[in-house]
Ligand binder design. Structure first.
Ligand SMILES: CC(C)(COP(=O)(O)OP(=O)(O)OC[C@H]1O[C@@H](n2cnc3c(N)ncnc32)[C@H](O)[C@@H]1OP(=O)(O)O)[C@@H](O)C(=O)NCCC(=O)NCCS
Length: 295
């Protein structure tokens, strides 16, 4: 019988883990995407670099949350998790397609979950893979279906948004405070990684505050707010930065975040469903759109 070794992940495993997650997620996308969606593409090299930087950060802050599976000295799977203020977060979880279904995922998840044993809450975004979802439900997580919006933003629909500005590292205290009010746990040093990978926009008003991390396509990859009004405004500000005529997608929208669906409808984007937000000990955060791995 093949011997599987489950051991803590090291910096030298990052390239192998990046390749495994890219291949395994791509295989799930190919298996589960709908005919009307564009064909799935494997994670491009530029995004692999970002995945590696995010994961390197988690290896530094949470070495006990990061595990790999090895067969004959070769890494065949991994689970990357972190704890932030009593919230356990699973960032990445994958086993090489040809090694799946042999119980490796179950052992990796158990090792990563042990890191969160003192946490009150748990949170992560799941792919549409029925095998992954089975693992998560068996581990006691509640599955909240996720929607996503995609399309070309109707420029005529974009409202004038006031008092939204670019943010910087000087805003991190404010961001952590918004996180605690919406997600129930701050991102802490994860904000430094996010700031490195995205443009930050911030809205501060007497009636509420919000922030969004926006990518180069104009998609808000993470939105947190203390009011629906300010969440709506930062989402519009992000969409306004999309290139006219080009498709933009806003992912990870739970039913608790209808304000985001409403922005998408007004922008004439189309609504679809994919994957789940898996939670333990908490309700779906709102107003909040989570990042896939930084959550
Ligand atoms: C999710 C993943 C990491 C699990 O790893 P794995 O080594 O295949 O998992 P295991 O072998 O420990 O467990 C597989 C379970 O799914 C079950 N299963 C197999 N095929 C299934 C199917 N089509 N539908 C539902 N369950 C299925 C198995 O019976 C087993 O359950 P059991 O232990 O109760 O019998 C792996 O499948 C993977 O990399 N998937 C693609 C990437 C992905 O989606 N990752 C999750 C991102 S959130």
């Amino acid at each position: 019988m093949t011997q599987v070794l489950i051991r803590p992940a090291h910096e030298t495993d990052l390239e192998a883990m990046s390749a495994i997650t890219a291949t395994s997620y791509h295989e799930v996308n190919e298996r589960t995407f709908q005919r009307s969606w564009p064909d799935p593409e494997i994670r491009p090299p530029a995004r692999n670099g970002k995945w590696i930087n995010r994961t390197r950060h988690t290896l530094t802050t949470d070495p006990e949350g990061c595990w790999v599976a090895e067969i004959d000295g070769e890494v065949v799977g991994g689970a990357i998790s972190r704890a932030r203020e009593l919230m356990w977060i699973l960032a990445s979880f994958a086993v090489r397609p040809e090694c799946q279904g042999q119980g490796i995922g179950e052992q990796l998840l158990a090792a990563a979950m042990h890191h969160g044993r003192g946490c009150l809450r748990g949170m992560f975004a799941a792919s549409a893979d029925p095998v992954a979802v089975r693992r998560y439900r068996l581990a006691g997580f509640t599955l909240h279906p996720q929607m996503f919006l995609t399309g070309v933003v109707d420029r005529d629909a974009i409202p004038v948004v006031e008092r939204v500005r670019d943010g910087s590292a000087g805003d991190i205290d404010l961001l952590n405070s918004i996180d605690r009010q919406t997600r129930g746990a701050a991102h802490l040093s994860d904000h430094e990684v996010l700031l490195d990978q995205f443009r930050l926009i911030v809205c501060e008003r007497n009636s509420g505050s919000a922030y969004a991390y926006v990518d180069e396509t104009g998609a808000p990859n993470l939105v947190a707010a203390t009011s629906r009004r300010t969440a709506t405004d930062v989402m519009w500000e992000a969409l306004a930065s999309s290139t006219p005529g080009e498709t933009v997608s806003v992912r990870h929208i739970t039913a608790a975040n209808e304000w985001a669906v409403d922005v998408g409808m007004a922008a004439r984007m189309s609504l679809h469903q994919s994957g789940y937000l898996c939670l333990r000990g908490m309700q779906p955060p709102s107003p909040y759109l989570h990042h896939g791995s930084m959550l």
